[in-house]
Design a protein around this ligand. Structure first.
Ligand code: ADP
Ligand code: MG
Length: 298
């Protein structure tokens, strides 16, 4: 693993106390020497990720970028406890992950909302599952519906909402659980550009209030830099950590549409893109070859 450059080192100095406050319940995430292999139908083993070392400090926002198929989702799945590494250790809050990781909320590209339940009931699901009495769960849900600007839509069903509104419901349903870690797998990937920017702003504003530790997977480098404290670039599959960049843009970040014109943003983007571009080009070269020529790796 390479830890990138003066860019990263420069930004480590002088982090404020403000950044740590509110992160008391956030947990550290650590992957050490993590390799994941899957059995193929032919009986051989396919290596999806290899030797991944990554540490995300409590309350930090980490974005992971890398070409399609490099193992980003596989990595998140192991942090959530839904799957195990073949080699190496994943720990959350200093404890090895064993079973579903407690205090985790997951947000995917597709909406994980229950179509037959209203907005309010979808948001209230987490507390209800934890045994919070229904009235209290609904009161909490109302507050989260307010925070994601959906007042008036409490009794709508998911199919009556736009894609952006459904994302807000998913975000409220994730954050109502006050997770110590929030895992997001290309959550805004299916949204149009403007809606995605609005959702990014909302995510940042809400995250800054509650500060769980976040891993946010995206293929959009601009989105990664605008949101994160730390951007991890993964290599083409079998994916491993190529570079880690600290993003020293001040917080609160404000509108993501504007921060991308900041000279520091452009400098970081230029630098990180150099690293990511090589991997994207390698991935592209593989898919441009006949399947038999790429060693069976997708
Ligand atoms: P990414 O999210 O970076 O696009 P994934 O983590 O989804 O990549 O997948 C990495 C590689 O592992 C891909 O080649 C994918 O086909 C393979 N893979 C993922 N999950 C499984 C599985 N359960 N069984 C077999 N292969 C898998
Ligand atoms: Mg994926």
């Amino acid at each position: 693993m390479a830890v990138a450059s003066t860019f990263a080192k420069r930004s480590r100095a002088g982090r404020g106390v403000r950044e740590r406050s509110g992160a008391a319940q956030a947990a550290q995430i650590q992957l050490t020497g993590v390799t994941k292999r899957f059995a193929t139908p032919s009986g051989s083993l396919f290596t999806a990720v290899r030797d991944v070392d990554m540490t995300i400090e409590p309350g930090k926002f980490c974005a992971v970028v890398g070409p399609s198929g490099c193992g980003k989702s596989t990595t998140l799945t192991m942090v959530s406890g839904l799957d195990r590494p073949s080699v190496g250790t994943v720990s959350v809050g200093g404890k090895p992950v064993d079973g579903i990781t407690a205090g985790t909320s997951f947000m995917f590209q597709s909406d994980a909302l229950l179509p037959w339940k209203t907005v309010l009931d979808n948001v209230a699901l987490g507390p209800v599952f934890r045994g919070v009495p229904k009235k209290e769960a609904q009161a909490q849900a109302r507050e989260w519906v307010r925070r994601v600007h959906l007042v008036g839509f409490e009794n709508h069903h998911p199919h009556q909402l736009s894609g952006g509104m459904r994302k807000r419901v998913s975000l409220a349903a994730a954050l109502i659980n006050e997770p110590s870690i929030l895992l997001m797998d290309e959550p805004f990937g299916a949204l149009d550009v403007q809606t995605k920017a609005m959702m990014s702003n909302e995510l940042l504003a809400l995250w800054e209030q509650t500060r769980p530790t976040v891993i946010f997977v995206t293929h959009d480098l601009e989105e990664a830099i605008a949101l994160a404290d730390q951007v991890v670039v993964m290599t083409v599959g079998p994916g491993t950590v190529k570079d880690i960049y600290d993003i020293d843009l001040p917080r609160p970040r404000g509108a993501v549409q504007e921060i991308r014109f900041d000279p520091r943003f452009l400098e970081l983007h230029h630098h990180i893109w150099e690293s990511l571009r090589e991997e994207v080009e390698r991935a592209y070269a593989r898919t441009a070859k006949p399947a038999s020529a790429n060693g069976g790796q997708s």
